[in-house]
Design a protein around this ligand. Sequence first.
Ligand SMILES: Cc1cc2nc3c(=O)[nH]c(=O)nc-3n(C[C@H](O)[C@H](O)[C@H](O)COP(=O)(O)OP(=O)(O)OC[C@H]3O[C@@H](n4cnc5c(N)ncnc54)[C@H](O)[C@@H]3O)c2cc1C
Length: 321
Amino acid sequence: MSESKGVWVFSENYDLTLELLGKGWEIADKLQTELVAVFAGYDVQEKADEMVRYGADKVYLIDNPALESFQAEAYLSVLHDLAANYKPEIMLIGSTRNGKPLAARLATRLKTGCTPDCRRLSVDENGRLIGERITYGGNAVAKIASRTKPQIATVPARAFGKPEPQDRNGQVIKLDVKIEEPKTEIVETKPLETSGVKIEEAEVIISCGRGLEKKDDKALLEELGKVLGGQVGCSRPLAEDRKWFTEWVGLSGHKVKPKLYVACGISGVIQHVAGIRDAKTIVAINKDPEAPIFEVADYGVVGDLYEILPALTEALKKHLQ
Ligand SMILES: Cc1cc2nc3c(=O)[nH]c(=O)nc-3n(C[C@H](O)[C@H](O)[C@H](O)COP(=O)(O)OP(=O)(O)OC[C@H]3O[C@@H](n4cnc5c(N)ncnc54)[C@H](O)[C@@H]3O)c2cc1C
């Protein structure tokens, strides 16, 4: 497999593709190889040109009506065909709901490994890709290298920043690929109904845990959220057990990366903390001074959230007036 070359990136999510291009560029530069974006879709030439500005040396463009919406078999056949022909050394695939199973199926077809959900990527002294992912319920970070090529890793959104676009040259190469007939048919698609910004994209998150006694008390967090321009989030029991929310933050929920995360009445066990590691500033409000959340918090308030939250909201309102 010594003829393998190039770092390839692919995601059906355009923004994530740009993030992958940023990280992919660093890796390709270290390995002195080319950076390739695979772009499959319908009527997407313009975006393909833009990918060059975000770092791609080449864009393999597969523009076909059969790829207008995401169908796993169709996308799998495209990636498999290209990878089998051009033999990339590394493939970074967006860790989305569609991307994760796609990467796993692709790895199976190519008889290679796949490291899922890498939040860090590097290259070791032997030029191997090292993917780092959280494991054992958030208690450890596993560093994984692949023995086979292509080395496939999936990468979640916002693990790496988007690069700045630049004036640079690259090639957009239109390819004709035989697309496998999907075994399933999309009957209907409709957008998910969400209120406001998605939690994983919020810059400020006010989160509550089992310290919150009643569902209506969410209003305390919403008030503070209004003042700081933030979203309300929660720990898993408030969504899974109490059903006060539909989504939660943590290892099995959303991994968030806000500028400010305020944890109110959350103990801060490892499964929750695994989702907030990348928050820039963590503020904890908890009445138990021994709560583990204080170990990861930048600022801590030992006290009752029912007293602290209204006082904090009032003080901030006055301060920001
Ligand atoms: C495989 C697995 C995956 C998991 N994934 C996740 C995940 O993704 N996200 C997640 O959150 N959990 C997850 N969990 C659950 C996790 O282990 C904890 O049970 C959960 O995070 C605890 O939630 P909590 O902090 O809200 O509740 P608790 O641990 O009960 O903590 C409540 C805290 O509130 C404080 N408190 C109580 N009253 C007040 C008050 N009036 N004012 C101030 N503080 C107060 C208490 O001192 C306490 O520290 C997972 C568990 C497993 C096994």
